[in-house]
Ligand binder design. Structure first.
Ligand code: DGL
Length: 269
């Protein structure tokens, strides 16, 4: 089925960082993005709730004609891949293992930090994926829940002294760890990259999911012969479960595209 759309799903605006790269890598594909702004943040919720939200979002995207779905959200990728794969047979691409592989390949001293939501950190998904590559890797995890509302609050918070104070407090846990690589294990965190880079220090390499997930999506769908054969510019539909007015400026800023077709939807009860 080369027809059909590529669905991209996140708890909010963060997945737009992944969407941006997918559009660049797959310009001829029709893409549908869903950001669950109404129920964000997912990161402090239970596994059961995250699974339920994930299944509802999958239902929405498949009903809208998705031939494959990219789970841009680290929290969902960490907690709901099993239940998604048990209920859907279409290709579903998560972000954890490829991002872990990238971090592993870039780390020299094999001391790797991971920041993510509480639900991602508690799942130990990155730790497991890294240890599966090499048991001698040392992984230091820290959940940074305040980063998500700061990113969602608007562009003026992304590189701000308050955000930096929050980062300093969180990153205290990495002092004396000697990490040379830090996985930004949440789609929202690349938006705060400047603050994160300044606070963690220039010697630490930052790894995020966006680029590697986009190139993996292209590779997987290419191998499965699911990519469009016609070379005509693909369409983009963006859905939010919350206010379009709130979503629009963030979407425009992240994607760098004007006049995006944003629609409101309700995927849950
Ligand atoms: N964007 C999500 C992620 O990548 C988390 C944000 C949230 O807590 O909803 O983990």
């Amino acid at each position: 089925m080369t027809e059909g759309k590529i669905g991209v799903f996140d708890s909010g605006i963060g997945g737009l960082t992944v969407l941006k790269e997918i559009i660049k890598h797959l310009p001829y594909e029709d893409i549908i993005y869903f950001g669950d702004g109404k129920r964000t943040p997912y990161g402090g919720k239970s596994k059961e709730t995250i699974e339920l939200f994930a299944l509802q979002s999958m239902k929405f995207l498949t009903q809208k004609g998705a031939k494959a779905v990219v789970i841009a959200c680290n929290t969902v990728s960490s907690n709901a891949m099993d239940v998604i794969n048990a209920n859907y047979s279409l290709p579903v691409i998560g972000v954890i293992s490829t991002t872990a592989e990238l971090a592993f390949s870039e780390s020299k001293n094999k001391k790797i930090g991971v920041i993510g939501t509480k639900a991602t950190v508690e799942s130990r998904s990155y730790e497991k994926a890294l240890k599966a590559l090499d048991t001698s890797i040392t992984v230091f995890q820290k959940s940074c829940p305040l980063f998500v509302p700061l990113a969602e609050e608007g562009i003026e918070w992304w590189d701000d002294e308050i955000t930096e104070m929050v980062a300093k407090r969180y990153f205290n846990s990495f002092s004396n760890t000697d990490i040379d690589t830090l996985i930004l294990g949440c789609t929202h965190y690349p938006l705060l990259k400047e603050v994160i880079r300044r606070t963690i220090g220039k010697g630490v390499n930052l790894v995020d999911s966006a680029l590697i997930t986009a190139s993996q999506t292209k590779e997987i769908l290419g191998k499965m012969k699911l990519l469009k054969t016609q070379k005509a510019k693909g369409s983009l539909e963006v859905f939010t479960s919350d206010s379009i007015e709130r979503f629009m400026p963030l979407c425009t800023a992240i994607l760098g595209i004007n006049n995006i077709n944003i629609q409101k939807c309700d995927v849950g009860e």
